[in-house]
Write a protein that binds this ligand. Structure first.
Ligand code: SAJ
Length: 414
């Protein structure tokens, strides 16, 4: 049986592009979000998130009537769940958004439906989703109990796209599809085949859950290695950038880049889901998180130490985003560093962030801190702190920095 109507629960960074792509393949997509403004914006053919080309696709599929947004789910052949899975205090996963999504879908579920969890989730969450739905719909059978004979099929298919390249990567990346049973995986594969050009690799739900966490923990551990080497190099007075460049000439060595810490809502979060569920086994993954989380504090201490040599220092901070060439400040180590410097009273702060129009809420309105452009900042700064390797900053000439004290956390001004 083919799919004609899809319910997409969660219209954020992953849900909206996925909904728009499915709609562009001729399916009728009903997008659901709890945010009224997002629903109104999408129904007006506009977007509430920044992602290249997404506005064009959304406008087109809303105009043709293939995509519309609502606050409450409607009956469909398949439901995709792409809601946040943040962590609470103590780095414990917060599954409340998935549970709320399950309660919203349950009333409209029908025999033969497919439910796919796309949100990055700790191992066992897809089975939990199945159990939550079963609790609300005792008239239907679910795969965690009924196995291959279940009325409803449930699978996990984690997203693995890079912000800024979402539309291409949704189509071209391989997808890992984990079914609670094999029939669940096969049914989900049929849905993803409608828009995925990459390979669809079928497995069990628990493996698919751990696969996504593993990908991001792998990256976090590798960044932690680079960050740890940057601390070792500071102790031993060796240039870490030259060191890594030389070590990477070895045919089987490929060290990532040190930085001011690891930000974003994936790499800095997902490894904790592994640590939380296997605390005694996941020692390296925990240590990597600690190394990366310790880096912003280390940078702050270095800046304060240099500032103490001035009577009334002016510190220019280059970048607030969590990585280069984006405007996303969520979980950004650069933002955390600037906030800590503002709290410390180490000096007057001038912030340069070409991708935002105003200082974020946590910095705005404070004394002794303002947003400026590169030229203005360089004119007044005693100390220049490179926090994000935005293109504009990478292109700065060495002469423009020659009379400054430079703390370059990204190695962009070597
Ligand atoms: N970073 C470094 N050094 C490096 C690489 C990155 O310090 O060598 C820092 C970045 O500056 C940033 C953080 O790590 O603060 C994370 O950046 P990222 O580019 O590694 O990852 P994200 O969060 O933008 O997107 C990731 C992607 N994962 C990988 O590249 C392995 C994406 O494919 C995932 O789908 C996404 O997380 C997600 O949703 O999990």
């Amino acid at each position: 049986m083919s799919f004609s109507r899809i319910g997409m629960i969660g219209l954020g960074y992953i849900g909206l592009p996925t909904a728009a792509l499915l709609a562009s393949r001729g399916l009728e997509v009903v997008g659901v979000d709890v945010d009224e403004r997002a629903v109104e914006t999408i129904n007006a053919g506009r977007v509430h998130i920044v992602e290249p080309d997404l506005d064009i696709v959304v406008r087109s599929v809303v105009t043709t009537g293939n995509l519309r947004a609502t606050l409450v789910p409607e009956p469909a052949d398949a439901f995709l769940v792409a809601v946040p899975t943040p962590f609470t205090g103590g780095h414990r996963p917060d599954l409340s958004y998935i549970e709320t999504a399950a309660r919203a879908i349950a009333p409209v579920l029908e025999r033969g439906n497919l439910v796919v969890l796309e949100s990055t989730s700790p191992v066992g969450t897809t089975e939990k989703l199945s159990a939550w739905l079963a609790g609300a719909r005792p008239d239907l059978s679910f795969p965690h109990v009924a196995g291959e004979a279940s009325d409803v099929r449930i699978a996990h298919c984690p997203e693995r796209v890079l912000p800024g390249h979402v539309l291409q990567e949704l189509v071209n990346n391989d997808r890992v599809i984990g079914g609670v049973t094999r029939a669940c995986a096969t049914r989900a594969e049929a849905l993803y085949r409608t828009f995925v050009k990459g390979e669809c690799l079928l497995t069990g739900a628990r493996t698919a859950e751990l696969c996504k966490l593993t990908e991001n923990a792998y990256r976090d551990v590798n960044i932690a290695f680079a960050n740890e080497m940057s601390l070792v190099c500071e102790t031993l007075d060796v240039n870490v950038w030259e060191l890594i460049e030389l070590a990477n000439r070895h045919p089987r060595v490929d060290i990532l880049k040190p930085g001011p810490g690891v930000g974003g809502h994936c790499i800095a979060v997902d490894p904790w889901f592994i640590v939380d569920s296997a605390p005694d086994a996941a020692r390296l993954i925990r240590a990597a998180r600690e190394v990366n989380d310790g880096k912003p504090g280390h940078v702050v201490a270095r800046v304060i130490e240099r500032a103490e040599r001035f009577k009334s220092p002016c510190i220019a901070c280059f970048g607030l985003a969590f990585k280069a060439d984006i405007d996303d400040l969520r979980e950004s180590p650069a933002l955390g560093i600037v906030e800590a410097l503002a709290d410390s009273g180490a000096g007057r702060l001038v912030v340069v962030e070409p991708n935002v129009g105003a200082l974020p809420r946590t910095l705005a309105g404070r004394d002794g801190i303002r947003l400026a452009d590169t030229r203005e900042a360089l004119a007044v700064a005693d100390i220049v702190v490179g926090l994000v390797d935005h293109r504009e900053f990478r292109e700065l000439s060495p002469e423009s920095l020659s009379e400054k004290i430079v703390i370059d956390t990204r190695g962009m001004w070597r």
